[in-house]
Ligand binder design. Sequence first.
Ligand code: PMT
Length: 403
Amino acid sequence: MSLTGKHILIGISGGIAAYKIPELIRSLVKSGAEVRVATTRNALEFVTELTLQTVSGHAVYSDVFAAINAHATEHISLPEWCDAMIVAPATANILAKMSAGIADDALTTTICSCVARKPVIIAPAMNDKMWENPAIQQAVRTIRGWQNVSVLDPDEGVLACGTSGKGRMPEVEVLQEAIEYALAPQTLAGQRILITAGGTQEKIDPVRFISNYSTGKMGVALAHACARRGAEVTMVCGSMSAPLLNPYGRIRRIDALSAQEMYNACMEAWPQMSSAILCAAVADFRATEISTEKIKKRAGQESMTLSLSLNPDIAHSLGENKKPGQRLIGFALETEAEKTNALSKLERKNLDAIVLNSLREEGAGFGVDTNRVSLLSADGNSKELPLLSKSEVAESIIDTFLR
Ligand code: PMT
């Protein structure tokens, strides 16, 4: 999602995970945002003021009484300036202070004046024993009850002290995704959307399968965009390498490697859905028989024939079982007679719209981060989009078909 023109305020407290924040700032700036930073004094033991100032391009607010402050009320003006604030890492100390409304330094006074007015995301990070402390858990429950504030769950894994447990700050990409959730218009709130993504794998024997080049990037971009806009997403995933970010658990992932497994998962989910976007590259055929042993080549064998049987067509079956009000959007990946083929699929499968991408277009289709698509609706309307990131294509599909 583009963050052009957005103002993001980052609050940093004194935990080891503070060393990751310059990376977050760089990523936000790359997405077009302007970033300002407020910290506790202790945070500057873990990441230097000079680093934060250099990557954000602005002075860091860390001392309420410093002479360099532009004026004496940064803790009021920064929350007024920002569109969203993230506190990362949020230590046990900061969570306890926040929940009690304590405001005794640059960061806590800033948080105190921000929470009632702007979206605030909290990313706790601490030792697992501290996270389990009943006072800290109580503080998190209190803060989660506030209207503008969302608290991310810490990740499980190796902690700074060398042990393993729940307490790691989520990765930078997840923090950015959480910020984007806070800024996205909630146009899909209350909707349930089914998305298929990735390529199917059709087994031949225990070591081989038939598949295609889909990485899941387009499907993941759609799932992220729908979840950000407030939808509950059910994502049926074939084989895919694209990472799925799910900061608030709005995306339910079902792994279904073969076309038949994907068909079963989609047919079960469809009656509860408001819409479906079918982006997966599904194999039309599967091996008629799956050998239980590895198929060996015999001495002198020059060729082999594999018998294939037709797979169920998921889009077609969802189209047959579509209830009034449900919207069904397909994709068409073509190499020739693109528009004619896409329109024929739209009609045959009873789709409301189809997204056409052609392998003849540079930067479109499998594996790349961009796509060039035409949006074709059953009512005859069509729109050709320029080469865009897959994330921008996803936003456009939502704006055009899911309003
Ligand atoms: O994953 P990426 O690397 O980012 O690549 C994205 C993509 C190229 C896979 C994606 O943009 C795309 O075009 N997906 C659909 C590919 C495809 O299989 O198109 P198709 O023309 O063969 O199928 C038409 C529609 O019917 C699709 O919505 C497909 O999901 C669906 N279908 C097809 C066969 C089948 N048995 N069941 C289906 O539901």
